[in-house]
Design a protein around this ligand. Structure first.
Ligand code: AHR
Length: 503
């Protein structure tokens, strides 16, 4: 069996983990809202039309924040259409469908409460600008006595929604975006919007649009230029990244998290360069507010839109995730954890039906895709303090990367003293014997080894077979004199949990 070694020490710390790195995203796109979280005719719908089975699954993921209402959708969205009794139907030019506006801000705020989550609200800086951004903050957060706050009260919400986190538009660097801007234009609009939004409610935090992917030709220059304009008035820079495996190269696909890591380091460096240039004392952090695997549904989506243009709640972006996708999602989560000193917010895109861990059938069941499990494990056990693991592992080379660790890892310590080690074994054929050196934690017991593995990397979960790829108990490990020995099967996601032994 191959060997790897990890040294953990309670004093080797990366920093506190902001729980918001386990955020997610719901866009008015496809069946995320209509047929996803909301389906009034479903037998399990509650009195407001929200599916209780979906709510239950969302709560299992313990998602602290959900980005809403887009995405590309938001760049043509008029928030006023989604509140009050008059809900106009609109053509959505982002996805070439029709938006009914049946669900809007009030309904989503109610859903968020039921899902135990907070809203991260994106304003439209595509077709609209600072004035509307100011108005929606007044509508959502001002107690009363002004035009928009009184409008909210008249629409049934006496108390402000108290939304603390706001996105200044979406992917404004992308030519596909309605109202696309160059970096200078965006930086100016973001700055003026930010000033006005914070004048209405100084307690809010703002995320400015960074690049929509690390391979955008404007990446780097976009961040430098736009930050030069808005650095002082924003709090986070966004990053977005999706990966796919269209050439069926599993080792290369599993190495994609190396790109995520490089992307994060580059954006941190740019933020700090602008900080230096401005002689600023303020540090900007990152909001990785769209990340996932996305490629399975691309061709199908083109057909659907060709056939049913301007349809409602079309089944768009319904990627069916396989086992190797779950492994990459695990590695992406660990990359976020290893960078949690600067990544304070992250949103798995998205949450229900649209490139999502949770799937539904209209009128039918609700089930967990393969990627549901690594996300749930990280969200539940990857809280507290991120630890700096020292890893000794064999490596491999693939088309885009050299020296890819065969054992990918991240470790955390919860406030109750328990330690969790996450590992992906990227080896296609070989199991690993992992030696974990827990030198400074005192007496620990191995409380659990959760294992996600399937012999077929293309295995999926479906409504008919929802338990095909599910976590099981891993092979029994041993702990003695501050060392644990654990077996990591070839191609596997592992969650190894230790608890302090009380004397
Ligand atoms: O999440 C799907 C889409 O991906 C979002 O609407 C957009 O922001 C990104 O390009």
């Amino acid at each position: 069996m191959k060997q790897a070694r990890i040294i953990l020490d309670k004093d080797y710390k990366i920093g506190r983990i902001d729980p918001r790195i386990y955020g997610s995203f719901i866009e008015h796109l496809g069946r995320a809202v209509y047929g996803g979280i909301y389906e009034p005719a479903h037998p399990l719908a509650d009195e407001q039309g929200f599916r209780k089975d979906v709510l239950e699954m969302v709560r299992r993921l313990q998602v602290p924040v959900v980005r809403y209402p887009g995405g590309n959708f938001v760049s043509g969205f008029n928030w006023e259409d989604s509140v009050g009794p008059d809900r106009p139907k609109r053509l959505d030019l982002a996805w070439f469908t029709t938006e009914t506006n049946a669900v809007g801000l009030h309904e989503f705020a109610d859903w968020a409460k039921k899902a135990d989550t907070e809203i991260m609200y994106a304003v439209n800086l595509g077709t609209r600008g600072p004035e509307n951004a100011r108005d929606i903050v007044e509508y959502a957060n001002h107690p009363g006595g002004s035009k928009f706050s009184d409008m909210r009260i008249a629409n049934g919400a006496q108390d402000p929604f108290g939304i603390k986190l706001w996105c200044l538009g979406n992917e404004m660097d992308g030519p596909w975006q309605m109202g696309h801007k160059n970096a200078f234009e965006y930086g100016r609009v973001a700055n003026e919007s930010a000033k006005m939004m914070k004048w209405v409610d100084p307690s809010i935090e703002l995320v400015a649009c960074g690049s929509s992917a690390s391979d955008m030709p404007t990446f780097g220059d976009w961040e430098l230029t736009m930050l030069d304009e808005c650095y002082d008035n924003i709090d986070y820079v966004s990053l977005h990244r999706y990966y796919g495996n269209p050439t069926n190269d599993t080792p290369g696909f599993l190495a994609r998290s190396m790109d995520l890591d490089d992307f994060i380091h580059s954006v941190v460096a740019i933020c700090d360069a602008v900080k230096g240039k401005k002689h600023s004392k303020k540090q900007l952090n990152l909001s990785f507010d769209e990340w996932n695997v996305w490629y399975h549904s691309n061709e199908q989506d083109q057909e659907i839109v060709k056939r049913e243009k301007w349809g409602k709640a079309l089944p768009l972006l319904e990627d069916v995730y396989n086992f190797e996708d779950a492994l990459l999602v695990g590695s992406m989560l660990m990359t976020l954890l290893r960078n949690s000193d600067r990544v304070k917010i992250a949103c798995l895109a998205q949450l229900v039906n649209v490139i999502a861990p949770i799937m539904t059938r209209n009128g039918g069941g609700c089930w967990a895709q393969t990627i549901f499990y690594p996300f749930m494990h990280a969200s539940r056990y990857g809280r507290g303090t991120a630890l700096q693991a020292i890893v000794d592992t064999p490596v491999y080379d693939c088309i885009d990367y050299e020296n890819v660790p065969l054992i990918d890892t991240a470790a955390t310590q919860a406030d109750d003293g328990s330690v969790t080690v996450f590992c992906v074994n990227r080896d296609m054929t070989d199991d690993f014997c992992l030696d974990l050196d827990l030198r400074s934690f005192g007496k620990m017991k191995l409380s659990e080894h959760i294992l996600l593995h399937h012999d077929d990397v293309k295995a999926v979960n479906t409504e008919e077979d929802p338990m095909n790829v599910v976590p099981v108990s891993g092979p029994a490990g041993q702990v003695s004199s501050g060392h644990a020995e654990v077996k990591l099967p070839a191609l596997s996601w592992n969650v190894i949990r230790f608890e302090p032994v009380m004397k």
